[in-house]
Ligand binder design. Structure first.
Ligand SMILES: Nc1ncnc2c1ncn2[C@@H]1O[C@H](COP(=O)(O)OP(=O)(O)OP(=O)(O)O)[C@@H](O)[C@H]1O
Length: 225
């Protein structure tokens, strides 16, 4: 039977190596993230949030433990299969809209590119549906510099979420937005979650955490309850 969880971490450890020194960033993380939910990852600076997100996004690999995405333990995959998993099943977005978008592509073209990277053959109706869901239909032909910060981040969400992926991973997605626009990004996350995507975002913003279905608190590389 298909697991209800999009993500499960079991005893996950990850350390960085600086010359002879070892910096333990994750020290035995256990967590689950259900499908169709919005999870906020919170905790002080240096507690391991970005490190964990990089493992969930298959950008990096755990030293020990299991990271199951959609039921597959990605710690056991070859590099090639991990890249494929990342392209097909995971969306990722950064804090800065400029890091998420290409300045010469319109909103619609970003979503078309996202669909193409996921291997969708005919994506026209899916792109239009996603534009509508994200409230971007009337901005479809605009370039990034013609959009507000919130619209830029919603475009990044559309790019990451078309397909759709099992998990959308976002590192401080609202960190550079003012409060008015944060709301539109959170509404977009809620819409995606309602379609079955597991959205997980690291955040320092209590407003973002307040809107999550689940809040995971980290401290010193561990989940605290
Ligand atoms: N590339 C790296 N090389 C060495 N140590 C690193 C590296 N990246 C992170 N660390 C260390 O790993 C620990 C966890 O860092 P991480 O960036 O995951 O925390 P964070 O909770 O995301 O912090 P922030 O909220 O400031 O983004 C910290 O002690 C950090 O200094």
């Amino acid at each position: 039977m298909r697991s209800p969880d999009a993500v499960a971490c079991r005893s996950v450890e990850r350390a960085y190596h600086l010359d002879a020194a070892e910096v333990p960033a994750l020290r035995g993380v256990d967590l689950t993230i259900p499908r169709g939910s919005f999870t906020a990852l919170v905790g002080p600076s240096g507690s391991g949030k970005s490190t964990l997100l990089r493992l969930l996004a298959c950008v990096d690999r755990a030293d020990r433990g299991q990271v199951l995405i959609d039921g597959t333990d990605v710690t056991r995959l070859s590099r090639g299969r991990r890249v494929r998993m990342r392209r097909k099943r995971i969306g990722f977005m950064f804090q800065s809209p400029a890091d998420n978008l290409l300045e010469y592509l319109s909103v619609r073209q970003h979503l078309e590119l996202g669909a193409q990277l996921r291997g969708l053959r005919r994506s026209g109706s899916e792109v239009t549906a996603m534009l509508e869901r994200l409230g971007l239909l009337d901005r479809a032909d605009h370039l990034p510099h013609q959009l507000s910060g919130g619209e830029q981040q919603r475009t990044a969400i559309g790019f990451a979420a078309i397909g759709p992926p099992a998990v959308l991973v976002a590192d401080e997605p609202t960190g550079q937005l003012d409060h008015g626009t944060v709301d539109s990004v959170l509404a977009a996350f809620a819409v995606l979650a309602s379609t079955g995507v597991a959205v997980v975002a690291a955040t320092h913003d209590p407003v973002v955490a307040g809107r999550a279905d689940q809040v995971i608190q980290m401290r010193d590389g561990q989940v605290v309850t």
